[in-house]
Design a protein around this ligand. Structure first.
Ligand SMILES: Cc1ncc(COP(=O)(O)O)c(C=O)c1O
Length: 340
């Protein structure tokens, strides 16, 4: 199978699995797991923050960050297509008791003046604008990269108004590689930020959330409360450390593959639009007179190619460690049969 559904589909390589055998482990809840501690220290430095916490998933990073930054009745400003709104089962409302105010960005990216317009004046009646969240890269906008100036502008605007800032950095390292700008610089204006190891970095489990020492101490309480505190988590952290050593620079290969796929898809008559493929995600729309996205998904599955249909007319294709140019050829040839 050529699986382009998501970069979460990667399986750990033998070398990554072997890194576990050498890992020293201990009780994570008691700060006794040296491998997890080393990972947290390394990610804190990578993101330019004081401290970090290992968590099972990126969703938990977002939800814990919101819980720490807000009080019930507050409002979180973020982009309409973001993971937080669409794929976290209403977590901000259910876990933190907050509202979200969605902004309409351009390819997932909103501007400082939109934040200014969204911030509510203090009033007895209104929710309190408390937190601005950005998603770098913007997944459902085709892995779109936030430019550094926009990230800084949004963060400065939020800070001036007294709001906290959080970066969903599930694919921050894709952005860093694409822009040639260090991750800590991209995250500089953000009070909290995390990276995911189970996406393009190729590890099976794990995400690390970073912030100030105080923020991380508060995050730990929520991790413990929600059953996310672990024991010998070094077996997972070892694979994340391996990913940092070996799988970061190669993200450029995923980007090149995605750009090639986007170019080929754009030429098919049955394709009505392709979003700019900045990194490793290609999102395109199929024309009204072409087969629907679910029909194409089903037809490709029969030919051993997995893609993602999002609604009737939209398809997502994601490149990662476990697909290569031959997979890309198989994908493009199958799509040409459906949409050519
Ligand atoms: C932008 C973004 N944020 C958060 C997540 C959640 O990460 P996880 O699957 O590790 O919970 C995802 C997962 O696809 C994502 O794409």
């Amino acid at each position: 199978m050529h699986d382009f559904y998501s970069d979460t589909k990667t399986k750990p390589s033998r070398a990554m699995l072997e890194s576990v055998l050498a890992a020293e482990v201990g009780d994570e809840q008691k700060d006794e797991d040296p491998t997890t501690l080393a990972l947290c220290e390394r990610v804190a430095a990578l993101l330019g923050k004081e401290a970090a916490i290992f968590l099972p998933s990126g969703t938990m990073c977002n939800e814990i960050a919101i819980r720490v930054h807000t009080e019930p009745g507050d409002e979180v400003i973020c982009e309409r297509s973001c993971h937080l709104i669409n794929f976290e089962t209403g977590g901000p409302a259910a876990i933190s008791g907050v509202m979200v105010q969605p902004l309409d960005g351009t390819n997932g990216v909103f501007e400082p003046n939109q934040v200014v317009a969204a911030i509510r004046p203090l009033s007895r009646y209104a929710p309190i604008s408390r937190l601005v969240v950005v998603e770098q890269t913007a997944n459902m906008a085709g892995g779109a990269v936030w430019p550094l100036e926009t990230l800084d502008g949004v963060a400065d605007t939020a800070k001036e108004a007294g709001l906290a800032t959080h970066m969903d950095g599930a694919r921050l390292l894709n952005a860093a590689i694409k822009l040639g700008v260090a991750a800590d610089r991209l995250a500089a204006g953000y009070d909290s930020c995390w990276i995911d190891f189970s996406k393009g970095l190729g590890a099976p489990v794990g995400a690390v959330l970073a912030g100030t020492k105080d923020f991380i101490a508060r995050a730990w309480r929520i991790k413990q409360r929600s059953g996310g505190a672990l024991r010998q988590s070094g077996v997972l952290a070892a694979m994340c450390l391996y990913a940092l050593d070996y799988n970061v620079d190669r993200l450029a290969e995923d980007h090149a593959l995605a750009a090639g796929i986007a170019r080929r898809i754009a030429q098919l008559p049955g394709v009505s639009a392709v979003l700019p493929a900045d990194t490793n995600i290609v999102i395109f729309n199929v024309a009204e007179d072409a087969p629907s996205a679910p029909e194409i998904e089903a037809a490709l599955l029969k030919e051993g190619v997995i893609i993602g249909a999002f609604g009737e007319r939209r398809i997502r294709v994601v490149t990662h460690l476990d697909v290569d140019p031959a997979s890309s050829d198989a994908l493009c040839e199958c799509l040409a049969r459906q949409l050519g």
